[in-house]
Write a protein that binds this ligand. Structure first.
Ligand code: HEC
Ligand code: HEC
Length: 328
């Protein structure tokens, strides 16, 4: 990157030095690069047709003439009557559905200008062989498509002037959006976010029932049945990393008052993982039971190096103990 920038600067310096002679050349109207675009080359690119018809070529065709060409080159994807095969676009119908619950947007119901149908077909279709149609064929196919949409008669001949007389049903359906580009409000540039309060959580942890119901010990230990005395013993597994003193952090944060508190919210603990910070839950018996059963599985990426407690009764005891300890 840096080397590239330096190379660029060097090239620019060389260019600058040469700029006097370049300017001299420019004054003469030539740089010695490329070749003048011929009228033919420009015509090859300049094939677009505007809504007002500018760009429409000479040529003509009717729906009757267009039908066999359409059947040969278009029907495989768009269906014999424009009804579409599979997921290819439908090319007919949908009139009067635009304001409904289920609008069907087709070239007939939605497109505001017939000239755009000509333009699109001429430039982009048939898919895979774009720009292989002659202008007469394009007029004829456009006529057939408009005929399928009940917009012209089968024998009507379309050319660069009659095409513009076709009034599409949704001609006036596009309106200028009068709403201002930007909302007129004072932008907040600093301290814009008030402190979040967690009113609920979108994700309940561990709501998926275990496959083997017989293994699910949490069934045997409904909420609030824990024994704080047993919980104190169980906390021995935690105390190497967690203190119960408020503000005293070890490998993990202090668990003082953790029950009922938001996750990753213990003041002064500097090492929360992004995973725990992102989870946004409240610690209660259910979320603690889920987390402690398999920390890595429930919060993938948590840095709590703890294998887990399988017995939900032990977790219930722990929760009871943690709650009691917070009161002391
Ligand atoms: C191989 C399949 C295939 C064939 C053949 C084919 N088309 Fe298409 N057509 C498509 C696909 C795909 C699109 C959508 C392209 C996109 O959205 O970029 C499309 C889009 C269109 C649309 C725009 C529809 C809309 O509402 O946006 C028109 C009109 C159209 N085709 C006409 C034709 C005509 C006329 C022919 C024959 C000359 C033709 N197509 C042949 C696949 C095909
Ligand atoms: C080997 C160290 C270690 C052990 C053992 C351990 N923890 Fe943790 N604990 C941590 C770390 C580190 C974190 C922070 C995890 C993170 O940020 O992802 C944590 C986070 C927690 C949290 C989330 C705290 C918060 O503020 O959101 C709870 C709850 C918790 N542990 C409970 C326990 C309990 C209960 C035990 C014992 C059954 C235990 N931990 C065992 C290290 C440990």
């Amino acid at each position: 990157m840096f080397a590239l920038t330096r190379a660029l600067i060097r090239a620019l310096v060389v260019l600058l030095a040469a700029s006097v002679s370049i300017q001299a050349l420019a004054a003469q109207g030539r740089f010695g690069l490329g070749s003048p675009a011929s009228a033919e080359a420009i015509a090859g690119w300049d094939i677009d047709v505007r809504p007002d018809g500018l760009g429409l070529p000479e040529g003509a065709g009717s729906a009757a003439e267009g039908e066999p060409v359409y059947q040969a080159k278009c029907a495989a994807c768009h269906g014999e009557f424009g009804e579409a095969v599979g997921r290819y676009p439908v090319l007919m119908g949908g009139t009067d559905t635009l304001a409904s619950e289920d609008p069907v947007k087709t070239i007939g119901s939605y497109w505001p200008y017939a000239s755009t149908v000509f333009d699109y077909v001429k430039r982009a279709m048939p898919f895979g062989h774009a720009q292989s149609l002659s202008d007469d064929e394009t007029y004829a196919i456009t006529a057939y498509l408009l005929y399928l949409n009940d917009l012209i008669e089968e024998g009507q001949v379309l050319n660069r002037s009659t095409l513009l007389e076709v009034k599409m049903p949704n001609r006036v359906g596009f309106v200028k959006d009068s709403r201002p580009q930007e909302p007129k409000v004072e932008r907040c540039m600093s301290n814009c976010r008030s402190k979040p309060t967690i009113a609920g959580r979108a994700r309940q942890l561990d709501v998926t029932p275990d496959d083997e119901a017989g293994d699910d010990k949490s069934v045997a230990a409904p909420a609030g049945t824990g024994d704080p005395v047993k919980g104190k013993d169980a906390f021995a597994q935690c105390s190497a990393c967690h203190s119960l003193q408020s503000g005293e952090h070890r490998v993990g944060p202090s668990l003082h008052g953790i029950v009922g508190q938001a996750s990753a919210a213990v003041a002064g603990f500097p090492r929360y993982s992004a995973a725990l910070k992102g989870v946004g839950i409240t610690w209660d018996e259910a979320t603690l039971a889920a987390f402690l059963r398999a920390p890595q599985e429930v919060i993938p990426g948590t840095t709590m190096p703890f294998a887990g407690i399988q017995d939900a009764a032990v977790v219930a005891d722990l929760v009871a103990f943690l709650q009691q300890a917070a009161l002391q």
